[in-house]
Design a protein around this ligand. Structure first.
Ligand SMILES: Nc1ncnc2c1ncn2[C@@H]1O[C@H](COP(=O)(O)OP(=O)(O)OP(=O)(O)O)[C@@H](O)[C@H]1O
Ligand SMILES: [Mg+2]
Length: 146
């Protein structure tokens, strides 16, 4: 993907930064003049990835979340959300619909499924004790407005 615009950022692992990351990506993609529904899907996928880093990666403790977003002229968007948290033992299993390690009944185990259905492609790499990286791609239906 030949990117025409790109940003990288890091922020604290705090639940309020979930909506910050979401808004940031929405604002960044505006020059593409995208379809609202598609941007909402991308933003939702971003929130799911960030909330996973906050809740599971760092388990509410301090930590940094790294996010990268780029788009190309033809509307291809690539987003990376990475943490240096506890990591995932079995990524394949973690990505199954309804799988959750959360025991208080607050989580539904649908985060990865939402990311997969709202984006064209998602790749999760993780190492226990080292952290987790989620790479998401989506081709937006846009006319480049520049
Ligand atoms: N960044 C991460 N670090 C460590 N574990 C993770 C991370 N992201 C996901 N997981 C693991 O994968 C499981 C599935 O994640 P998923 O987002 O699909 O569901 P959930 O977060 O448990 O529930 P929901 O997203 O519906 O609130 C989590 O329960 C957790 O065990
Ligand atoms: Mg989740």
């Amino acid at each position: 993907m030949k990117s025409v615009n790109r940003f990288r950022i890091s922020f604290e692992s705090r639940s309020e930064n979930e909506s910050f990351a979401r808004s940031l990506v929405g604002a960044f993609l505006l020059p593409l003049d995208p379809v609202v529904e598609e941007v909402t899907e991308v933003k939702t996928a971003v929130s799911e990835a960030v909330s996973n880093s906050v809740i599971h990666g760092y388990r509410g403790a301090e930590g940094k979340i790294y996010m990268e977003c780029e788009y190309s002229e033809d509307g291809r968007v690539r987003i990376v959300v990475r943490d240096e948290g506890v990591g995932i033992e079995n990524v394949e299993k973690a990505m199954e619909p309804l799988f959750t390690t959360n025991t208080d009944g607050e989580r539904s185990g649908m985060g990865f499924t939402v990311m997969e259905s709202f984006m064209d492609r998602i790749t999760v790499t993780s190492e226990p004790g080292r952290g987790t990286q989620v790479v998401m791609m989506k081709k937006l239906d846009v006319g480049y407005a520049q």
